[in-house]
Design a protein around this ligand. Structure first.
Ligand SMILES: Nc1ncnc2c1ncn2[C@@H]1O[C@H](COP(=O)(O)OP(=O)(O)OP(=O)(O)O)[C@@H](O)[C@H]1O
Ligand SMILES: [Mg+2]
Length: 332
């Protein structure tokens, strides 16, 4: 089962003087359970794209297939699609509107026509999942902090028990701790519930850490679609479209330019830390071993060995330390 976009094109204000191509011939297929990062400069078409996936926007041309069915086919149940493909908006204020948090989260399941008990049970479950304390349930969602508002918005979507969760910049404006909490939550939904995740983000660090796959948009077109590591190899092209690779990529690059034998595939801070520590440890060990005879030859040999011995080991470490170690998908 999957979401497939075929030749997706969207033109805002078609036929008017304000006509604007927001998507141009975008194609992809996202299988179940994948964590996709969607990245691109402001105005590149990210929000427009994801709003097509649950039918909120209709393509000017092209088609979307959800689990093999054309969502534009006559009689297709668009209302049900919106419960299966849950979309958390870029601005939580656009999504929250009820008098209190609990009613807000009940809205989705209520709209699905579920029995009252089931609605309340789902709302409770979703609020627990996002870690919002009960004392907030009766508060107006507008009185909450930015991070809490986002939790409520996410809970509102989770209460429908969607198969796919799309989040449009869910960490914008949050402090690092709030950001990590939201992303860890999203990650656990993929790991523990097998949900498909599409995360729109400006942060290369976030997508490098969490996503299996990265789609990069520029000017309404999909310009890269690959694993984060493969995409970040094109950091020069990313810069040309107003993006950059994760900061740590640049550090690794500089180390390599200065003759340090370190893998260029390190894209998260954790991976780089492991590799650099291993380098230092190997070097220290070799130097320690060379201590009884600290002659010039011994030293030269030690540093040479440190370089040669490291690369394979560090690479391995990086792989194991990386979040997307292969067995992870077994959770499904
Ligand atoms: N309702 C609209 N009417 C007309 N043009 C629009 C509308 N919404 C978006 N656009 C235009 O379509 C293009 C894509 O916008 P979109 O909001 O999808 O980009 P984005 O990648 O989500 O940007 P951001 O990172 O700022 O959220 C932009 O040029 C934008 O100005
Ligand atoms: Mg947007």
């Amino acid at each position: 089962m999957s979401i497939r976009a075929e030749h997706l094109t969207h033109i805002y204000g078609q036929g008017t003087a304000f006509e604007q191509y927001a998507l141009k011939d975008v194609n992809f297929e996202i299988p179940d359970g994948q964590f996709v990062g969607l990245i691109g400069h402001t105005g590149s078409g990210k929000s427009t794209l994801i709003q097509h996936l649950n039918g909120l926007l209709r393509a000017s041309s092209g088609t979307i297939y959800y689990n093999g069915e054309d969502i534009y086919a006559q009689g297709y149940n668009m209302k049900q699609l919106r419960t299966k493909v849950g979309l958390v908006f870029q601005y939580p204020e656009h999504q929250l509107f009820e008098v209190d948090v609990f009613s807000d989260v009940c809205f989705g399941p209520k709209n699905m026509g579920l029995p009252k008990d089931e609605i309340a049970a789902r709302a409770r479950e979703a609020l627990k999942l996002v870690g919002l304390k009960e004392k907030y349930y009766k508060q107006s969602p507008f009185e909450l902090s930015g991070g809490q508002k986002r939790r409520v918005a996410i809970a509102g979507v989770l209460a429908m028990r969607p198969e796919v969760l799309i989040l449009d910049e869910p960490t914008a404006g949050l402090d690092p701790r709030g950001r990590d909490e939201i992303l860890d939550l999203v990650n656990s939904l993929q790991d523990n519930r097998g949900m498909t995740i599409i995360l729109v983000s400006h942060s290369m660090e976030d997508v490098a850490k969490y996503a299996d796959r990265l789609m990069v948009m520029s000017g309404g077109e999909k310009v890269f679609d690959d694993t984060p590591k493969n995409v970040f190899r094109h950091y020069k092209e990313l810069e040309a479209i107003g993006l950059s690779a994760p900061q740590v990529t640049y550090i690794v690059q500089r180390l390599r330019e200065n003759g340090v034998d370190i893998s260029e595939d390190l894209t998260t801070v954790a991976e780089a830390k492991d590799a650099i520590l291993k380098l230092l440890r190997d070097k220290g060990r070799l130097q320690a071993a060379g201590k009884p005879d600290p002659g010039a030859g011994g030293n030269a040999g030690a540093s040479g060995n440190a370089g040669a011995g490291k690369s394979a080991g560090a690479g391995k470490n990086a792989g194991a330390g990386a979040k997307k170690a292969s067995g992870r998908k077994g959770a499904r």
